[in-house]
Design a protein around this ligand. Structure first.
Ligand code: GAF
Length: 396
């Protein structure tokens, strides 16, 4: 059956068990503890985070688990089930971006960011297992950062309050790995609560946990993996960000967050060309859609969020131009099969679509997307239904 193929892209068996087994076989000892961080989906609010705006992500039941124990001073070894290899790096490697590459750069980046913030941390041995699919726009990198960060904070007895952890993990990604991402993903995987979406103001990082009770509403969220490759470290993400910053400078505001929805027409006239106008329109309207979605969820009107999701998708496709044919096909097919709303989630150029469907509607909608893919000759999509889950936690 095609069900749960997103999750099935991971090896079989419980992810926490896999981390322990990996730790034992690699290091011939017992881990001191295990830390789990989720992937995330963003309900709405895309490319708004680096514009100081609003986002509304929720954590996924798919998790990355790190089993860890202290190790020799100034040395970190990390094994991952996905690569099947261990990477060892020293304090010197971790002090210079670029010295550790590939997936281990996210780990070295966390060590780097902790040390740059003045923390003295112990050397460590780590083993990583994950059910969060890589490169699918579900924040596998933020999950890895958050789980490693939690492990190092606990092993070192460091004083780093939870509210400060997203910024630190973001620094690992921005300054060590070199991806110019915003604060949404790290905030989501660290701060989300089960049964809730995280309403985050990316300017001051204040949060509100908004009830997102799908069962009570008789609804489900279907996540479809487009299987189109997704790379937000590449030039498109950076160029969208640069356009937004350029527009803010032209409009004389600190960030596009400061352009009110009813000030769009005026802003529009002051911008030099059609492309930059459409970029601005996306961000300004998307911020308002987040606020409207929060208001509906607060009122328990979950189903009515659907049209806002679909409007967000149209804006990403037409104004921000970050979708791809597989993604648009999945959204159109989901809507045609009865979804209340559907949109791409994450940075774009591939990744996943989420669809708000009736509780018994996930299978028919997934089947409709799969059929539409087959008609267009695309690689079959993956899919899984998800519930809003909790953020990073220590398991034992
Ligand atoms: C990626 C980035 F990492 C986030 O910061 C955010 O900008 C998102 O794309 C788009 O909303 O996930």
């Amino acid at each position: 059956a095609p069900a749960a193929r997103v999750a099935a892209s991971a090896p079989p068996g419980d992810v926490a068990d896999r981390a322990t087994v990996g730790f034992r076989s690699r290091y011939a000892g017992e881990p001191t503890g295990r830390w789990a961080a989720p992937g995330r989906a963003n309900l709405i609010g895309e490319h708004t985070d680096y514009n100081d705006g609003f986002v509304l992500p929720f954590a996924l039941p798919l998790r990355t688990v790190v089993a860890a124990a202290p190790g020799p001073d100034d040395q970190w070894t990390v094994w991952s089930e996905l690569s099947g290899e261990a990477v060892t790096f020293t304090a010197a490697d971790a002090s210079e971006p670029g010295r550790v590459g590939g997936w281990a750069a996210y780990v070295a980046g966390v060590v780097w960011a902790l040390r740059a913030a003045g923390h003295r941390l112990p050397g460590a041995r780590l083993a990583v297992a994950s059910d969060v699919p890589l490169g699918s726009g579900l924040s596998s990198s933020a999950a890895l950062e958050a789980a490693v960060l939690a492990a190092l904070v606990d092993l070192g007895g460091l004083d780093l309050p939870a509210e400060q952890q997203p910024r630190l993990a973001q620094r690992a990604e921005n300054d060590y790995v070199g991806a110019p991402t915003g604060i949404m993903d790290q905030s989501a995987v660290i701060r989300c609560r089960a049964g809730h979406a995280l309403f985050l103001d990316c300017r001051d990082e204040s949060v509100e946990h908004i009830p997102f009770d799908l069962d009570a509403a008789g609804l489900a969220v279907l996540v479809v993996d487009s299987r189109a490759p997704h790379r937000h470290a590449d030039g498109e993400y950076a160029s969208r960000r640069a356009s937004c910053e350029q527009a803010a400078a032209l409009l004389g505001v600190a960030a596009l967050r400061d352009v009110p929805a009813d000030g769009l027409t005026e802003a529009w006239e002051r911008l030099p060309d059609d492309e930059i106008r459409r970029r601005v329109r996306h961000v300004v309207a998307e911020n308002q859609r987040v606020l409207d979605t929060v208001a509906l969820l607060r009122a328990g009107r979950v189903r009515e969020v659907g049209p806002l999701l679909t409007a967000s998708h149209a804006s990403m496709r037409d104004d921000f131009e970050i979708t791809v044919p597989e993604i648009d096909t999945a959204v159109e097919a989901a809507l045609a099969a009865g979804a209340w709303g559907a949109r791409m989630t994450g940075g774009g150029f591939g990744g996943c679509v989420l669809a708000l469907v009736d509780a018994d509607g996930a299978d028919p909608v997934a089947a409709a997307v799969t059929a539409a893919y087959a008609r267009r000759g695309f690689t079959a999509p993956g899919h899984v239904t998800v519930r809003p889950s909790g953020g990073v936690t220590r398991l034992d």
